[in-house]
Design a protein around this ligand. Structure first.
Ligand code: ADP
Ligand code: MG
Length: 264
């Protein structure tokens, strides 16, 4: 069955995450609603949609920063989550060295003030090598280029060794070579059986490197294999839904005046 709609997805026995008519938002106003479907284990999914379509909101919901306004979702018990927030200058102004930023990824195991064991130091230096920052461990963060800082943030994700990885716009303000290297890392995670969700704006990149896509416009427009999801028709529908959204509507009011087609 083609997976063009979350509602038509076959239910697998044990997905990484299952969404049931989920509504997420702020101060009683929905930012995304009616999300149902499953995120399969080991899938590599691009989260796509216009600005303000709810991509970051969905990721914040999954990691528990936002409580559902309606519906629910279930993250499978064995999932450990690593999250890369949208690029922030905060990381650069953090008065620390590259290896300190990366070691933050170990805090769940070591505690924030915990002492790092030789094994942890090995993990940090291994991660720096993997992201192409060999020898950068002692560099102050404010001396890094945008691409190098993003590599360091990926190293922080790497040391977490999570099986569910959520990346919010990791390719923004990053040079081409770094994007290629980060894509290779992401594909390596997928080859290891990890589940990866990445917010991506560049549709060519989505088509070339992400097998699955979830297209949002405050609600799911399409979800499934990228070739069937990121189509000109669906992108146009996403734009229409996004433009028709009433930001002041209470949650789940029928604020969308565009007649929904089959896939939404
Ligand atoms: P995207 O990541 O797709 O660009 P977001 O998920 O950040 O979109 O935002 C979706 C909607 O929720 C937008 O209308 C945005 O203004 C609103 N929003 C995001 N964060 C907050 C917040 N902290 N408080 C209130 N509204 C917010
Ligand atoms: Mg966002």
């Amino acid at each position: 069955m083609p997976r063009t709609s979350p509602k038509t997805q076959p239910r697998s026995a044990d997905p990484a995450i299952r969404f049931d008519d989920l509504t997420l938002g702020y101060d009683g106003h929905a930012a995304i609603h009616h999300l149902s479907g499953e995120l399969g284990r080991g899938t590599l999914t691009a989260l796509v949609g216009p600005n303000g379509s709810g991509k970051s909101t969905l990721i914040k919901g999954i990691i528990g920063l936002l409580k559902p306004l309606g519906g629910s979702f279930t993250v499978s018990m064995d999932q450990t989550v690593a999250y890369l927030p949208q690029h922030s200058e905060l990381d650069r102004s953090f008065p620390a060295r590259v290896k300190d930023l990366v070691a933050l990824g170990l805090w769940q195991r070591c505690g924030l003030l915990g002492r790092h064991q030789p094994e942890d130091r090995k993990k940090v230096s291994g991660a720096l090598t993997a992201v192409g920052l060999d020898g950068f461990g002692d560099r102050p963060l404010d001396t890094l280029s945008g691409g190098q800082l993003q590599r360091a943030r990926f190293a922080r994700v790497l040391v977490q060794d999570a099986n569910l990885i959520l990346l919010d716009e990791p390719f923004n303000a990053v040079d081409e070579k770094t994007i290629r290297d980060l894509i290779a890392l992401i594909q390596g995670w997928r080859a290891e059986g990890r589940t990866v969700v990445t917010v991506v704006h560049d549709l060519d990149l989505v088509r070339s490197s992400f097998p699955e896509a979830l297209l949002l416009a405050r609600r799911p427009i399409a979800w499934g294999p990228t070739a069937e999801t990121v189509t000109p028709k669906n992108m146009q529908r996403a734009r229409l839904f996004q433009e028709a959204w009433d930001d002041d509507a209470p949650w789940c009011a029928p604020a969308i005046r565009v007649r929904p087609g089959r896939a939404a």
